[in-house]
Write a protein of this length. Sequence first.
Length: 300
Amino acid sequence: MNRTQFIWRVQKSEHTLSLRAFLRERKNLSKRLLSAIKFQGGGLYVNDCPVSVRSELKEGDEVRICLPVEEVSPSLKPQKGRFTIYYEDADVLVVHKPADVATIPSKDHPDHTLANSIMHYYHENGIHATFHAVNRLDRGTSGLLLVAKHRYAHDLLSKAQKQGALNRTYAALVTGVPPSEGTISAPIGRKETSIIEREVRDDGKPAVTHYKRIATNGEWSLVHLRLETGRTHQIRVHLKTSGYPIIGDGLYGGDQRVFTHQALHCFQIHFTQPLTNEKKIIQSDLPSSWDFYTNAMKED
């Protein structure tokens, strides 16, 4: 199912509002999206009549907006790939990304990314949209990723994420035994000698990570982590700096005897469905490849 239009009934408290105020203030349409509707092939209607954003609304009016057809980059070709859908409705997808798949195409990974796979899924199911990732996962990180099916949902979810209303919880396997729980607050910036690597530095952007130790065997531990900010490589950098590098994370000093990618997994996403306001908590199991470590641990 692909929803490209939205319909609302004007309430008593919205009587005499302009259509612009109704859409921007009551329905949280971004200025950019409203402009796209006006100038890129969308439509604005009140009681099925085309109108301008200056139109004054009356109680009981039916407001309908049609989103413009989405342009898909020619480089984002549909390719069948590996991912699992954990939740889907007309506006969003929550999918599981494997650890060896990049989220979006890049110079190093130009195709066979999650974005290519989602575009193949859209093509096969008649969904006329492009790829809108609300959150992203590093190529070596597995787990749940939230995807918006259209620009309106993407705008609303991106705003919710900036306001801290979209919560993700990660699991990581680390070397050593960190304290039972705590908070790492240390600014992160790009390392001067690398275009990829980040580090804790005084002139970096504020970064806060909360963690809790779940199990350990005295040599390595399973921890759960929640981000208060969303800096690039934040969990990986904070754990390395704290002396508990993620197993498999070669970029940040992790032990690679078993894994060649970081043992980091987003296992829970908690969000509010942007159009229905329903609370959603989506969860996944830890990767079975972690059993080598977790089976040897004792829960705290």
